[in-house]
Design a protein around this ligand. Structure first.
Ligand code: SF4
Length: 362
């Protein structure tokens, strides 16, 4: 091969590789933790419609938990430790990691301080990471906190076409609403995600939810209250939700409470909490206690070291006592074992069954 043809060949390879690199789809990693359980469809659809590929971290396992524990401050709660593990799981596989600074989702309350500082905690954890998308998610203010958020995310990944941005935002909001409707019907977040992204059909989950009165009227019903990232991460909650279902219990979570009832309780509470998820848990608890014939007991899942839960747990406990509804508080941390949780659930459910039998006989 002559020297000129060799040079031409090399130039072709360089140009080809360069064009291929430029055309390579940007990959954005979403940690399967914390706000994932509430907002994943919104994040995913927006990013995909902008042309990015979305990679979700592996489901929580022992390795993810241990990696998270190693690099997190000691006094963090288990959801924050696990979140770090999910971020490290994505490092090296993606170009960006999506860690929005969650400030306010309803324009009134804020997220807990650990959410607010999350991007900084992760950035300074001492592990090399891709670029973080740490845009502020703050629905407070006008015009359009959500639109402001979307535009900032798009700018961060270099997608600047305004028409594409608006189209992506509309599709994302539409998908998020679909997701919330499925949660309201009683699907768990992972089930609803499978349905809206076409991996399963909604009739695969037919028979689920509080609307199935005929089969559930005789069943013991428990309000399982707590933050979605604790309840639905079956590794950190030791599978409480599924254990209750296996014990023959019908489970209600705060996602199944209609929005108008939540709003009503936000006005009834003499003083709402400062924190978004704490309010959701408390309003749901108060609503279910008001309808106390609809539940036989309340289980509150709380993370060891959670500041907001110190108040939420006590409020729920006192309100349940006042309403005469049995209440169980389950604290989770990295040492929580399946066996211990199973024993406590069995004892609680047995007591609820016995109580029901006595009430019926009386
Ligand atoms: S609300 Fe509690 S459990 Fe949730 S992140 Fe904050 S401290 Fe942790």
């Amino acid at each position: 091969m002559s020297q000129t043809s060799l040079c031409l060949f090399c130039a072709f390879i360089i140009i080809f590789t360069g064009v291929k690199y430029l055309k390579r789809q940007i990959k954005v990693g979403i940690p399967r933790a914390l706000s994932y359980y509430t907002f994943y469809p919104l994040w995913r659809v927006f990013l995909e419609k902008l042309g990015a590929g979305v990679v979700v971290s592996t489901a929580t396992n022992r390795k993810i938990l241990e990696e998270g524990i190693k690099e997190t401050v000691n006094d963090a709660c288990i959801p924050i430790k696990v979140f770090h593990g999910h971020v490290f799981d994505l490092a090296g596989r993606v170009d960006f990691i999506f860690i929005p600074r969650m400030i306010s989702a309803d324009g009134k309350s804020t997220f807990c301080p650990k959410f607010l500082g999350l991007p900084d905690m992760v950035r300074f954890a001492g592990v090399a990471l891709p670029v973080l998308i740490d845009v502020r998610y703050n629905r407070k203010g006008f015009p359009g906190g959500l639109l402001r958020f979307f535009l900032a995310v798009a700018a961060k990944i270099g997608m600047r076409n305004p028409l594409t941005q608006i189209y992506a935002a509309i599709c994302a909001i539409h998908k998020q609403k679909q997701y919330q409707r499925l949660l309201l019907k009683g699907l768990k977040p992972l089930e609803a995600i499978e349905v809206i992204f076409g991996q399963k059909k909604s009739h695969d989950f037919a028979g689920k939810g509080k609307n199935q009165k005929t089969s559930s009227e005789k069943r013991t019903t428990v309000a399982l209250l707590g933050y979605p990232y604790a309840i639905y991460d079956s590794f950190i909650s030791a599978g409480v939700y599924d254990k209750l279902v296996r014990l023959g219990v019908e489970v209600i979570t705060f996602e199944q409470i209609p929005l108008k009832e939540m709003r009503r309780f936000s006005k009834i509470m003499p003083q709402n909490f400062f924190w978004y998820y704490s309010n959701q848990v408390c309003w749901a608890g108060l609503y279910l206690l008001e309808q106390k014939s609809s539940i036989d007991g309340i289980i509150h899942i709380t993370a060891f070291g959670c500041g907001p839960d110190a108040m939420v747990d006590k409020t729920l406990e006192l309100e349940a006592k006042y309403a005469g509804v049995p209440f169980l508080s389950l604290t989770i941390d990295e040492h929580t074992g399946e066996g211990g949780v199973q024993t406590r659930l069995e004892a609680f459910v047995d007591m609820l069954h016995a109580r029901k039998t006595i009430n019926r006989a009386g």
